[in-house]
Design a protein around this ligand. Sequence first.
Ligand SMILES: [Zn+2]
Length: 101
Amino acid sequence: MTEPRPRHCATCGRALNPREVYYRFNLVLEGEQDVLDSGDEAEDGDRDALAELVQRLEDGPEDASELEDQVHWERAGVVCSACRIVVVRMLDEGAATPRPH
Ligand SMILES: [Zn+2]
């Protein structure tokens, strides 16, 4: 009887137990720019968080099918429940209004 290939979390690289709940993600980053040479700059915190997320996903065990271009980056995979919390929090912080915690 052939065992299914164990899944690995895309961010921490941990092998997932078949009985464990995992979360499938599909992340597409497309480069866009609404205004050229705008004086306003996004908060560095947001950008750094996203860059770090991308880096962690790129370092993941799943092969990238093809890195087409810098303007289009796409990755699909699964993350474990622990990493899901980190990813959701990271992306939420950029969009949500800051609230006291
Ligand atoms: Zn993980």
